[in-house]
Design a protein around this ligand. Structure first.
Ligand code: 8X3
Length: 256
């Protein structure tokens, strides 16, 4: 049962990486957690784990790229789950590292559809309720890759630059309300990010983190929770989070 003191968070792409870390962190902090994912077999263990830890959890099975499915899932939430306090737009990722003139059309579509259009769909579905309640927080998982392009990053970087623009745009559009909007921009985070980018080539993925201690999903979840729990008059607008030996998008000091 919902108690008034408990806040509700919805986290997209909560079955792994930063999304899963956010689900665990918000659950530990006493939030009621809606976890979304594309695969029932990956979503169920997350639900089981959070329930065992005593969390009120609601799974939603859909792909953020499927607008009709996203709409049906969010609009079909039971009444007590509909007053969402925090939306963490995490679902998405990178596919491919080819030069722009050799990129894969399907990879481009998948990134644009999830990272930009999926984030927009969730925003469009959840934020009107926040505005009506004059309460809420949207936390978008952007990237250092949205600040500057890097070799082979082209379309991925463009989607994360779009996340920055959409986050800033939303912040402007809700400035008359108490709704807060945050863009968290991680650098190197060791999740399945690079395995996905390289279409399952885990040896190539591991090389991305050679000689540097990367961030973890938990490090980013800490930042998300900090932003969500900041006093109501404090809006953490944007946070760039880098591993200590990553100085910028492309300057990375690797130990031999
Ligand atoms: C992830 C950071 O630099 O690997 O968004 O693209 S990077």
């Amino acid at each position: 049962m919902k108690t008034d003191s408990k806040k509700t968070v919805i986290i997209t792409g909560a079955t792994s990486g930063i999304g899963l870390a956010c689900a665990r962190a918000f659950a530990r902090d006493g939030y009621r957690v809606i976890v979304t994912g594309r695969s029932q077999s990956k979503l169920q263990p997350v639900v089981d784990e959070l329930r065992q830890a005593g969390c009120d959890v609601m799974p939603l099975l859909f792909d953020v790229r499927d607008r009709a499915a996203a709409m049906a899932a969010v609009q079909g939430l039971p009444g007590q789950w509909q007053a969402i306090d925090v939306l963490v737009n995490n679902a998405g990722g990178a596919l491919g590292l080819e030069p722009e003139y050799e990129g894969d059309f399907d990879d481009w579509d998948a990134m644009i559809d999830a990272n930009i259009k999926g984030l927009l769909t969730m925003t469009r579905l959840v934020v009107p309720g926040m505005v009506a309640r004059n309460r809420g927080h949207v936390i978008n998982i952007g990237s250092v890759a949205g600040d500057a392009a890097y070799a082979g990053g082209n379309v991925y970087c463009a989607t994360k630059a779009a996340v920055k623009a959409l986050t800033d745009g939303l912040r402007i559009d809700v400035a008359h309300t108490a709704v807060r909007v945050t863009n968290i921009k991680p650098g190197l985070v060791e999740t399945n990010f690079s395995v996905t980018r390289f279409h399952g080539d885990s040896a190539r993925a591991e090389k991305v983190y050679d000689g540097i201690e990367p961030l973890t999903g938990d490090d980013i979840a800490d930042v998300a929770l900090y932003a969500a729990n900041a006093p109501a008059h404090v809006q953490i607008a944007e946070v760039l989070v880098l591993a200590t030996h990553q100085a910028s998008v492309s300057v990375i000091h690797r130990q031999a």
